[in-house]
Design a protein around this ligand. Structure first.
Ligand SMILES: [Mn+2]
Length: 433
């Protein structure tokens, strides 16, 4: 039996706005949180000990983390190297530099030839020898449309069509890969993917519209014993019949408030050919609390806020207090008292929101036509948003630039189409896309 620890979506170095500087170390406390949580995963891997560690991708918030963040990450995985525990580091969307064209942050471990570390930056099957036998790990890093398609192929077709075409291509490539598998050796798929039946956590906001979704049937094949995923931050098993389990362990720490109510952890797997057991192991990630209170109708607004605060255990938590009030209540709130009441929190923000007495009128200029010029629409919008006055001019400028870029792209596409036609006419002509 092979024991595996599967974790994912470390995102080390993100969420600094929810931390503060630790005066003793000079580090942001949220980095320290992420390192502590990761070290608990590594502790477990060492004490079991497991035969293999699978990391499902998204090591950092982007492909160029600060050196001290990289060092903190490497320092933890180094402990697995010292203990001779093989490790697969899969490349997620946040690990790829400029959509994969610029390489991935994790590839440095392969370049350095770190013993026992496999970097999954291509679709490939790795045969890994562990203390308790061989395991096949098929790595499926984050795919972009350029992985399986040329630019010419994606030109002029809709995103949904691209998605379908990519799924078909991937099905063929996977089929070829599975035919090369040794049927007697336990097999794991490690993928950084968006499955179409996953329920989304923060990743929805972190990577909107950049990827495509895959059908579950692509991965629920009898030749796979365990499907370990990364990308979605909410832990879930997508295949309840467990044949095979298709598991997102989720992120190990809360990246932001959208993960407030999610349990954080990693997954322990026991694997034999044709038999698998798994268990979600929770981690003591830092608590996030949103305390929302509407005091617009309260007779004693301050007391109402204090009461709402007293109800929650905010000790060492990341807290946001949102209270809705009427403008004439502003003077009734003593913010010193609020700060005092919130001081046991790790960090906190206070967000007062004014409720308007009158229903907001629709913006009249925009209701007439649905074919309004985008710049005119933006101007009308900005005229109605007093709170955006300071940045209105730069927003308009940015919009102008964006639209200008768009026109350039169209011109570029037009010239590419011409090139394509030229190539169709003269097959020997070498045209670079
Ligand atoms: Mn991801």
């Amino acid at each position: 039996m092979i024991k595996i620890l599967h974790l994912s979506d470390i995102h080390m170095g993100s969420g600094f706005s929810h931390g503060r500087i630790n005066p003793e170390t000079g580090l942001n406390t949220r980095l320290e949180d992420f390192v502590n949580t990761l070290s608990r995963c590594i502790d477990r891997a060492l004490t079991e000990p497991v035969d293999l560690v699978l990391f499902g991708g998204d090591a950092f918030p982007d492909a160029t983390p600060a050196p001290y963040v990289q060092e903190a990450f490497a320092g933890q995985f180094r402990r697995l190297v010292d203990a001779n525990i093989p490790t697969v580091l899969l490349v997620g969307n946040h690990d790829q530099h400029s959509q994969g064209q610029g390489g991935a942050s994790l590839c440095i471990y392969r370049t350095l030839g770190v013993p026992g570390v496999v970097v999954g930056d291509t679709l490939k099957t790795h045969r890994i020898q562990t203390q308790n036998g061989t395991v096949q790990v098929l790595t499926l890093p984050w795919l972009t449309r350029s992985t399986l398609m040329t630019r010419q192929e994606t030109e002029g077709i809709s995103l949904a069509e691209i998605n379908q075409l990519l799924t078909e291509r991937l099905r063929v490539v996977l089929e070829a890969e599975t035919r090369r598998l040794d049927p007697n050796v336990p097999t794991v798929v490690l993928g950084h993917l968006m499955m179409d039946n996953a329920s989304l956590g923060a990743e929805r906001f972190l990577a909107v519209g950049k990827g495509f979704t895959l059908p579950l049937s692509l991965l629920t094949r009898p030749c796979f014993d365990y499907v370990g995923l990364g990308h979605v931050h909410r832990h879930q098993n997508l295949n309840k019949s467990n044949d095979p389990p298709v598991i997102y362990p989720g992120s190990i720490e809360r990246v932001d408030f959208s993960e407030e109510k999610e349990d954080k952890g990693y997954v322990m797997v026991e694997l034999e050919k044709g038999r698998v057991q798994w268990e979600f192991c929770p981690l003591p990630a830092r608590t996030f609390h949103t305390i929302e209170v509407d005091i617009s109708k309260a007779e004693e607004p301050q007391a109402a806020i204090m009461k709402a605060l007293a109800k929650r255990d905010i000790q060492d938590a990341v807290v946001r207090l949102i209270y809705k009030l009427r403008s004439e209540q502003l003077d009734l709130i003593d913010s010193t008292l609020l700060h005092h009441a919130l001081s046991p929190a790790h960090t906190y923000t206070i967000q007062p929101e004014l409720v308007s007495q009158l229903a907001r009128p629709r913006v009249p200029e925009l209701s007439a036509s649905n074919s309004i010029d985008p710049i005119e629409a933006l101007k009308t919008y900005l005229n109605n948003r007093e709170d955006l006055k300071d940045i209105a001019a730069s927003m308009l400028e940015a919009a102008h630039n964006l639209l200008a870029d768009d026109m350039e792209d169209r011109d570029l596409n037009a010239s590419k189409n011409l090139q394509k036609y030229a190539r169709m006419a003269k097959p020997c002509l070498d045209v670079k896309g």
